[in-house]
Design a protein around this ligand. Structure first.
Ligand code: ACO
Length: 138
């Protein structure tokens, strides 16, 4: 992962920005779990930053949205969590107002809301804590 390019996509897309060191920490500790999507010239147009059982951040540049990239990035990371770490579940936080991301997680990928965290974000917005169980109880 070219961390500087991924950082750029993060800055353009989300108010939650992470330091270079934080990306490096993910890439060095869980190298199998973070992925990028690139255009034909190799420029990063989307990324997923993840650790065991948790998606820290995902975003796709605006002109490349609704092409299935985020869905693919999530699935690659989910598969790697099971293959490399035998993860039982994945969690993430999402802003209550983020309809696109909530629809991706809930409708496309089958995540469920398991908690509501009041004032989770720096600007006071609430978060949904969402969770995906790999082995759902029958
Ligand atoms: N409105 C409604 N549903 C949507 C939207 C939207 N704007 N975008 C995606 N979806 C849902 C749809 O169900 C879609 O399936 P469909 O196109 O067949 O209808 C499904 O998600 C899959 O869409 P993708 O094409 O894979 O998603 P995309 O590549 O466009 O990326 C993302 C979605 C990451 C949410 C993008 O809009 C984005 O970068 N937003 C800004 C950053 C952001 O909000 N990131 C998530 C923050 S939470 C976190 O990082 C843990």
């Amino acid at each position: 992962m070219d961390i500087r390019q991924a950082t750029n996509a993060n800055l353009l897309n989300l108010p939650e920005n992470y330091t270079f060191k934080y990306y490096l920490y993910h890439a060095l500790t869980w190298p199998e779990l973070s992925y990028v999507a690139v255009d034909p010239r190799g420029r990063i147009v989307g990324y997923i930053l993840a650790k065991i059982g948790h998606v820290t951040s995902i975003s796709v540049l605006r002109p490349y949205r609704r092409l299935g990239l985020a869905n693919k990035l999530m699935k690659q990371s989910q598969e790697a969590m099971v293959a490399h770490y035998n993860a039982s579940h994945i969690t993430l936080h999402v802003r209550k107002s983020n309809r696109a991301a909530i629809s991706l997680y809930r409708d496309t990928l089958g995540f469920e809301v398991h908690a509501m965290e009041k004032g989770y974000y720096a600007d006071g917005e609430d978060a949904y804590g969402m969770r995906y169980l790999f082995n759902k109880p029958e």
